[in-house]
Design a protein around this ligand. Structure first.
Ligand SMILES: *Cc1c(COP(=O)(O)O)cnc(C)c1O
Length: 244
């Protein structure tokens, strides 16, 4: 979008994203209802979330616990909130009070801590394991070869429901270049399901720039921020720095 164009409203953006989902699903021979649109609201105010909710968005993603804790009380109560960012172990308890689903579990230790505190809080979160399929050093996530052992650890933790895998592939100007990373996550999931006899129905992959390719490779949750809410404002400086 060039600077001079009139900015689209959130309603227009949501309609466009839905059309793109529809088209990608047609191409993939999939039911559009099999793709959950998670609207990533990080850095956007409660008013933006409310506008998205008015367009029928039901699931909102955040990447920081503190931001979500401030925002959620100011948003419609029927929304389902997902944590998609790196979760620090000292934020697990508040995260469990805010989020139904955590996409970004990247160690067996974190998984065990979530399970322990979930039992304590009387909740049963849905969790996904974040996998660093590209091996980029800058990325959070389990190495693909670590995934089976963490799934096995999860099988002993009834307080959590492990539902699938998530990835954040590298950024490429041409989104089709990301497709092999999406395929790699699906293949890893399929291998784990076959070898470990677990159900892992969810694949959380695809963002504004590339979600069509993720849908073609089997994404069941796409995480779309910019193409719903518009360009992200810079993060607000918290009044007090978050403790490390
Ligand atoms: C910000 C973010 C997104 C959304 O990115 P867009 O490119 O704005 O769609 C998706 N997933 C995670 C984990 C994010 O932090």
């Amino acid at each position: 979008m060039s600077e001079r164009e009139v900015p689209m409203t959130i309603a227009e953006r949501v309609a466009r994203v839905r059309e793109r989902i529809q088209r990608a699903c047609e191409q993939a021979g999939r039911d559009p209802d099999s793709v959950l649109l998670v609207a990533i609201a990080k850095n956007h105010p409660p008013e933006a979330v409310r506008a998205a909710a008015e367009c029928g968005i039901r699931v909102i993603g955040e990447n920081r616990v503190q931001e979500a804790a401030a925002k959620i009380p100011l948003c419609p109560g029927h929304l389902d909130w997902h944590m998609v960012g790196h979760l620090q172990s000292n934020k697990v308890r508040p995260a469990l009070r805010l989020f139904s689903t955590i996409h970004s579990v990247d160690s067996a230790d974190l998984l065990r801590r979530i399970a322990r505190l979930a039992a304590d809080e009387g909740v049963r979160p849905r969790v996904l394991l974040e996998v660093n399929v590209s091996g980029e050093r800058s990325k959070f996530g389990l190495a693909p070869e670590q995934v089976p052992e963490v799934i096995t650890a999860a099988q002993d933790l009834p307080a959590i429901e492990l539902v699938g895998l998530m990835t954040m592939p590298p950024f490429f100007e041409q989104p089709e270049k990301v497709r092999p990373f999406f395929a790699a996550l699906r293949e890893l999931r399929d291998r784990c399901v076959r070898d470990l006899k677990v159900a892992l129905p969810e694949l959380s992959m695809g963002m504004s720039h590339d979600f069509e390719y993720a849908i073609l490779e089997g994404a069941t949750m796409i995480r779309v921020g910019t193409d719903i809410f518009g360009p992200r404002p810079p993060p607000k400086k918290p009044a007090m720095e978050e403790s490390p």
